[in-house]
Design a protein around this ligand. Structure first.
Ligand SMILES: Cc1ncc(COP(=O)(O)O)c(C=O)c1O
Length: 390
């Protein structure tokens, strides 16, 4: 039965935002990959990760990539985006969510979010669709599903591709179905802040067979090398645009160990998330802070714990106070439409009020598998303390 670690002494000067931890077999598998003398991409461990990820996500095909950013870049290449094409993306998103498409010359069309789940507001989609719209990018914030039935229906009606940025949402479900399997293409992240990690890493989920072959070519630098290794062609050559999106098999070895321990990892994260939620519920009600809202038909994967403070000033005061207590908490997602690039695209303050308001009030608390009960207690006490001078 998993439990929150009880033995770690609270190093009060140091509760980081994230502390990566080993689950057991990481070093053994990495050593094994070195011994097999295959540490470049697509070795035994990469293949095992691909299969295991396909099994757990129920996506028909999965390819490990060097990052979620690169999986998103592959998606933009697979969609064959051209300058002038439009892609609808929440302004409350990570830079890579938009950059991958902007790199191909596509124009980001930003959309506001819902105040409850912080996911793109599906009610605003229709008014943004034009004949140039090529894709909608649904980002499942904190791994809580967007309103996928509605979004998928709209995309289907207009013949627009649906893409999922599922960086936060491995193991998340919307109405019983795995996140990452609604769009034709989806991206995962294995960055150190994610539930499962190999430091830097990601995966491309392919839910539409028409992309299978091209995806292999893209990540093999635009060559048909995969076909060559399968004995389907006598030599391999440059056949299309592409790049190098293959992680080293040593990183895949690390990730495989994490994947194999997914159940234990998820159980620890659930305990930590539930602890925060229970300890902070009354306090939130009294102070006007908001804890995450999880619709009852969404299964979230305990990716992060965030809160919305009553005001921008109170959020900043909280972050500062926690810092003084040696606790690192962070804000998340500055509105993309207000970034330098967003302003160049013609966006301005006031365009997406929910995004702007959320971004100013959101704080993410330390969240990692080995966060101990003493540490959790210490963080919550420091939060109570901070709000006394709000
Ligand atoms: C929503 C979202 N998309 C994409 C990324 C990029 O992930 P990676 O660091 O694996 O490239 C992140 C990073 O945390 C993210 O939060």
């Amino acid at each position: 039965m998993p439990s929150i670690t009880k033995t770690t002494p609270v190093e009060k000067s140091k509760i980081p935002f994230c502390r990566p931890s080993l689950t057991g077999r990481e070093l053994k598998y990495m050593e094994e990959s070195i011994r097999t003398q295959h540490i470049s991409g697509d070795g035994v461990f990469t293949k095992k990760c691909n299969s295991l990820l396909a099994l757990v996500t129920e996506a028909p095909k999965v390819l490990l990539t060097t990052s979620c950013t690169h999986a998103l870049e592959m998606i933009a290449l697979l969609l064959n985006l051209k300058p002038g094409d439009e892609v609808i993306i929440p302004s409350f998103a990570f830079v890579s969510t938009v950059n991958a498409f902007a790199l191909r010359g596509a124009k980001p069309i930003f959309i506001d979010i819902r105040p409850d789940t912080l996911n793109l507001d599906e009610n605003q989609l229709m008014q943004l669709i034009t004949p140039k719209t090529k894709a909608i990018v649904a980002l499942h914030y904190a791994g809580v599903g967007c309103e996928m039935n509605i979004i998928k229906d709209i995309a289907g009606r207009f013949g627009i591709e649906l893409v999922e940025d599922n960086a936060h949402g491995l193991f998340g479900k919307y109405k019983g179905r795995n996140l990452g399997t609604f769009g034709s293409l989806a991206a995962l992240s294995f960055h150190e802040t994610k539930n499962l990690t190999c430091g830097e890493g990601g995966a491309l989920l392919l839910n539409d067979e028409k992309y299978f072959e091209q995806a292999e070519i893209l990540r093999e630098k635009g060559t048909n090398r995969t076909k060559f290794f399968q004995g389907k062609v006598d030599e391999y050559t440059w056949v299309s645009l592409g790049s190098s999106y293959l992680p080293s098999d040593m990183l895949a070895a690390f990730l495989l160990a994490q994947l194999e321990s997914a159940e234990t990892i998820q159980a620890s994260r659930k305990l930590i998330w539930d602890y925060y939620f229970e300890q902070l519920s009354d306090w939130a009600e009294q102070t006007g802070a908001k804890l995450p809202n999880i619709p009852q038909y969404c299964q979230h994967p305990y990716n992060m714990f965030y809160m919305l403070c009553p005001s921008h000033e109170k959020r900043n005061h909280l972050i500062e106070h926690l810092k003084k207590r040696g606790i690192l908490s962070v804000f998340h997602f500055l509105p993309l439409h207000l970034s330098q690039m967003g302003q160049k695209l013609g966006y301005k303050r006031g365009d997406f009020p929910v995004t702007e308001n959320t971004s100013k009030r959101l704080v993410r608390l330390p969240f990692f598998n080995s966060l101990s009960q003493d540490e959790l207690h210490y963080v919550c006490e420091a939060i109570f303390e901070a709000s006394q001078t709000w």
